[in-house]
Design a protein around this ligand. Sequence first.
Ligand code: 3DU
Length: 229
Amino acid sequence: MSSKCYTLSCTGEDKMKQESRLILALDVTEEEKALHVSRDVGDIVDAIKVGYPLVLSCGLDMVSKIAEHSDVICDFKVADIPNTNRLIVENVFKKGASGVIAQGFVGKDSIEACVKAAGGKDVFVVVEMSHPGGAEFFQPVTDALVKLALEAGATGVIAPATRPDRVAHIRSLAGNMKILTPGVGAQGGSAASAINSGADYVIVGRSIYQAEDPKEAAQAIADEIKNSL
Ligand code: 3DU
């Protein structure tokens, strides 16, 4: 695990810190680039989100390697029966992840299995996706997914920064849960409007890791967030 002071040791709770409110989505496919960017932005972001592009290219051990620089959220959009969800989530946390992202449409028992397997660490449930197609099937059931996430004991939900009005609506239903919002930058959303609409964090990928200077790009978004609070 990380040699740095992140969640449990810093706050007394096993939850993600909330400082810059910026999460890097590290969808790169080369180990060297992944570690280089992680080293560069690890002190700026609150967490680094990894998903299939990185672990299918470089292996699940990337979770442990990146955890040397930041908390790691595994965006595997876990969507299976409770027993399989449990097995996936146990594996992810064994590798040193601090959080995992799951799909709620598989039902409350499947999310409860994730929350139980996480043992106090973070579980985030997707309630509406940020791409245009994300409105098609999610929007009619978003409210129910937020309720399910609350009742299952999830830490938070994933909501679309591309639709600030929807973030505000989800905020009104989400109680104490955290709201994480992808869709900033390359997908057209703005960090300030997501935060102003009630998001606790923004998730940014390409605008950081494809920038000529990822550290400078991350700092600029962190500053935008800070100025919007
Ligand atoms: O568009 P970007 O490059 O900033 O990356 C956004 C990340 O967030 C990416 O990893 C994607 O898989 C994830 N994500 C969404 O973009 C939208 C969602 O609704 C959920 C996750």
